[in-house]
Design a protein around this ligand. Structure first.
Ligand SMILES: [Zn+2]
Length: 210
């Protein structure tokens, strides 16, 4: 991992905690990097929305708030519903095959005993949701990436590796794939919105308990 990827991971999992002011000289020491690449990495993270930058004050890890999380989920749900609609209009045989394959993989990750491996499950869930919307406009894919990254920080700080506390979404994922493959737009968008709403409430509950 390069310096940007390492810092990104630390921000996403909360090791660099919300509200923390970035101390450049201590990061330099800790990561054994020189100033130029470190500054460049910090600027790139700021452009992804994972750091705040203020002239004369420097970089800060953004605070987390209930309002921002609700906004993110609302925006994600709308973007995803639009992406899904475009995908259902544009997708062909390759798209359908990848949905079936990624759903199978996700089912496997969800049913591991005694409990799923969080990283495996997360990667499979990401692959599945990406497969559903893959043929949509690349502009949407880009917007979605930004919003997802910001949301991922909330989810990872809230859950850490506590996969056992995550509810089982297997049935919902199956129904979603089914509706999408049948090109049933209303049903697919309804399931998707509920899926997002549940996710949002779950993460909020977790935050209130932290
Ligand atoms: Zn999901």
């Amino acid at each position: 991992m390069n310096i940007e990827e390492r810092l990104q991971e630390e921000i996403l999992d909360g090791r660099l905690s919300p509200g923390l002011k970035i101390n450049i000289s201590s990061l330099k020491k800790e990561y054994q990097v020189s100033l130029a690449p470190l500054r460049e990495a910090l600027s790139r993270l700021a452009s992804k929305g994972l750091l705040d930058f203020e002239q004369n004050k420097g970089f800060k890890v953004p605070e987390v708030s209930e309002q921002e999380l609700r906004d993110l989920y609302e925006i994600n749900a709308h973007l995803e519903a639009l992406a899904l609609e475009q995908a259902m209009d544009r997708g062909g045989a390759g798209w359908e095959e990848e949905i079936v394959a990624s759903l199978f993989q996700l089912g496997k990750a969800e049913s591991r005993t005694p409990q799923p491996d969080y990283d495996e499950w997360r990667a499979a869930d990401t692959r599945f949701h990406h497969a559903l919307i893959a043929p949509c406009s690349p502009i949407l894919i880009d917007f979605r990436k930004q919003a997802h990254l910001k949301t991922a920080r909330y989810v990872r700080i809230a859950f850490g590796n506590a996969i056992s506390e995550m509810p089982k979404y297997s049935q919902e994922h199956k129904e979603l794939a089914d509706a999408v493959l049948k090109r049933d737009k209303n049903k697919a968008q309804k399931i998707l919105k509920e899926h997002f709403q549940k996710g949002c409430e779950l993460v909020l509950q977790k935050y209130k308990g932290l």
